[in-house]
Design a protein around this ligand. Structure first.
Ligand code: CMC
Length: 391
């Protein structure tokens, strides 16, 4: 009984209080604990941003070193978990594998996860942040039939991930500092984004007191969808399909057609009604990576031209549809050598930082309750059961 606010898709309901991330969608502003995303992306590192999100403040040099050391202590996977991969088909999507493997972590750490204890929560958070690169890299290695590589803790978080993904035991792997920096920046750009669908999923799952590893697996499941994290893969596939700038008008027309379900992938956002500040940094990063690697990709020209045409088109102007973070990320990831199927897995790796930080914030919030939305019932009113032989 009682009246409820009807808000499908939660377009106007705040589900929690949070001190992590501020977004002004009209101005195109994104701040993490007050710091603008552009400054963090250019001057900070992913580990520093992870520390900031988890611990409220930027670390001192000593605090950062200790944090990086602590994370590095957790990079290995239990050997039993490595066996887990063999149960998957080789052609399984990496996101399917990650849902399964991250969910399975809950079976390895169930005894040490007393979520009422802040220390235990922090250990679980460190484990997740540390193991995600190993898990993602192993998903890739498994799909191409190469041996898994153990982590190398002498490398940076991102350098170690690159080595586990692209290295082989037969020869030394040299981390390219330009690639390392670009990927680290991509991780920063994906670290957190307030109450997006996957983060809300993690909070809702966690609100019942569920195991944190299982909650993160739920977040991965949600992120996979093409309207959310799956958009980076879908955007690059779309750009490749468009192929040449001459074909852009055809796709623009399809995106505008009400009877065609096609959307411009990497365009539009629930909150940003202006340029996504992450897309600005991403576009710059494409230029930097291409310049320093001395490569190019016609798909980048197509993307730039598509953006230019769309931003002048009445449909996109009126609906305030701008490129989002996923529009340019695929171009860089592809230049680095990642297959498109790995793009969303990389998003999951980075967003794990936001998920665990938000989960910690929720559990330590004295107002925290189980997430339990209400509904507007639209089914039949009460009626009497009719036995099957009389139906
Ligand atoms: N291409 C064409 N039309 C679009 C697009 C698009 N990419 N996005 C929104 N519209 C139209 C939509 O058809 C609707 O028109 P109308 O009002 O006439 O029905 C209007 O714009 C509003 O769209 P909506 O779907 O009601 O808005 P939403 O806030 O529910 O959806 C969105 C936001 C991101 C899901 C949507 O813009 C979209 O599907 N974009 C493409 C997928 C994408 O790039 N997703 C990544 C988002 S950023 C990273 C992340 O979250 O993981």
């Amino acid at each position: 009984s009682g009246m409820f606010t009807y808000d499908p898709g939660f377009t106007s309901t705040a589900s929690c209080e949070s001190g992590l991330t501020y977004i002004d969608g009209d101005q195109g502003v994104l701040l993490h604990r007050g710091y603008p995303i552009g400054q963090l992306a250019e001057q900070s590192s992913f580990m520093e941003v992870a520390y900031l999100l988890l611990n409220h403040e930027l670390p001192s040099k000593d605090e950062l070193d200790t944090f990086i050391y602590t994370i590095s202590r957790h990079t290995m996977l239990h050997e039993q978990l490595a066996q887990f991969y063999r149960g998957f088909r080789r052609d399984a999507h990496p996101m399917a594998v990650m849902c399964g493997v991250v969910g399975a972590l809950s079976a390895f750490y169930h005894d040490s996860t007393d979520i009422a204890d802040p220390h235990q929560r922090m250990v679980a958070s460190h484990r997740l942040i540390a193991k995600m690169p190993t898990i993602a890299a192993m998903a890739h290695k498994y799909s191409i039939g190469q041996p898994f590589l153990y982590p190398d803790n002498s490398l940076s978080y991102t350098g170690n991930f690159l080595r586990m993904t692209f290295g082989v035991p037969a020869e030394p792997y040299v981390v390219n500092p330009v690639v390392e920096k670009a990927l680290d920046r991509i991780f920063i750009l994906h670290a957190d984004h307030e109450q997006n669908a996957s983060t809300s999923t993690v909070r809702l799952a966690g609100s019942s007191g569920a195991n944190p590893f299982a909650c993160i697996a739920a977040g991965i499941a949600c992120l996979w969808g093409p309207a959310h994290g799956g958009a980076n893969e879908a955007a690059l596939n779309m750009l490749r399909e468009i192929g040449t700038p001459e074909k852009i008008p055809e796709y623009i027309a399809r995106a505008k057609d009400k009877n065609d379900p096609f959307r411009l992938m990497g365009f539009g956002h629930r909150v940003y009604k202006n340029y996504d500040p992450r897309a600005t940094v991403m576009q710059q990063t494409v230029r930097e990576v291409f310049e320093s690697l001395n490569v190019s990709d016609p798909v980048f020209e197509t993307a730039l031209r598509l953006e230019e045409i769309a931003l002048k088109d009445d449909y996109f102007v009126e609906k305030k549809l701008f490129p989002n973070v996923d529009f340019y990320s695929g171009v860089i990831l592809s230049a680095i050598g990642f297959p498109t199927t790995m793009f969303t897995a990389l998003f999951a790796l980075a967003r794990t930082v936001g998920w665990v930080a938000q989960w910690n914030e929720m559990i330590s919030d004295p107002e925290q309750k189980i997430g339990r939305p209400r509904q507007l019932y639209t089914g039949p009113t009460q009626r009497d059961y009719v036995p099957v032989d009389r139906r």
